[in-house]
Design a protein around this ligand. Sequence first.
Ligand code: ZN
Length: 233
Amino acid sequence: MGGLAMLAQTVTRPVLAGEHRPIKPGRDSVLIVVDVQNCFTAGGTLAIKDGEEVVPIINRVGKAFENVVMTQDWHPRGHASFASSHPGKKPFESVQLSYGKQVLWPDHCIQGTTDAALRTDLDLPQAELIVRKGYHREVDSYSAFMEADRRTSTGLAAYLNVHGIRDVFVVGLATDFCVANTAIDARAAGFDVYVIEDATRAVDLNGSLAQAWTDMRKAGVKRIQSTDLVLPA
Ligand SMILES: [Zn+2]
């Protein structure tokens, strides 16, 4: 892989249709690690199937990035996204809230709990910012950029712009909810956006994964694999 990457950097050759050129993150790139928390992995309150499998891949990919931002789902008790806050409703049903349709979840990622903590096996010591989201009781936030009311900004776009970031790479959990919403909002904020598919895992509720990829493609999000990146040896 290292040899191939060097060849790609030093040899000019025509790019054939369908051929992938290795992608080398630069100083103007950021890796956004979405919600790699105990709650979304084995033993958590909203465990995503094989969610923990993303950790070693993210650790490997992370070595290519000088800029790393992590997000943390961070709900108060009684949050509007919890089925338990809506009498008669069960997890994975939907409800209409002031800002539109909201999927209901089991109670998860409650502020200050071990369940809400980031996975301790994440090895990203250079991570410079943790964006907590979903902390307003009445509003959920799948996206790291914009809460579900579509009006309340997290401030992340401004932060990335101030730091000269142009390319955003998104990994984490879950592909079809917080990863997809983060990637689409990053496009809306004017960044070039890549989702590293093998460093994500999905909920896939009623076809939500296929829909998420359709929505991301329409928004101009690029779908890549970790093997498409030039990683340090
Ligand atoms: Zn949540």
